[in-house]
Design a protein around this ligand. Structure first.
Ligand SMILES: [Zn+2]
Length: 79
């Protein structure tokens, strides 16, 4: 059985208790998840990307697969 993956990029500001989802992307199973996630994070300047998996194409029953954190894109509000 094949798994399907979606990545959701999040805007995060711990100082303002903000966690806001930005965009959703369907992952291509033929390329490494890490590589694709890094691209989405860069594109959206997202410090957090969550990847969800589903055994169905309709994504009705999704499970969190992994969180990916990107320190480079963390908010700069204390600087
Ligand atoms: Zn902040």
């Amino acid at each position: 059985m094949e798994n399907y993956y979606i990545a959701v990029t999040y805007d995060v500001c711990e100082h303002n208790d903000l966690v806001e989802d930005m965009n959703q992307y369907l992952l291509n199973n033929k390329t490494s998840i890490e590589k694709q996630v890094a691209e989405f994070a860069k594109q959206d300047v997202a410090p957090l990307v969550k990847v969800y998996q589903s055994v169905n194409r309709d994504f009705k029953d999704v499970q969190l697969y992994r969180d990916y954190h990107f320190v480079d894109y963390q908010c700069k509000c204390t600087e």
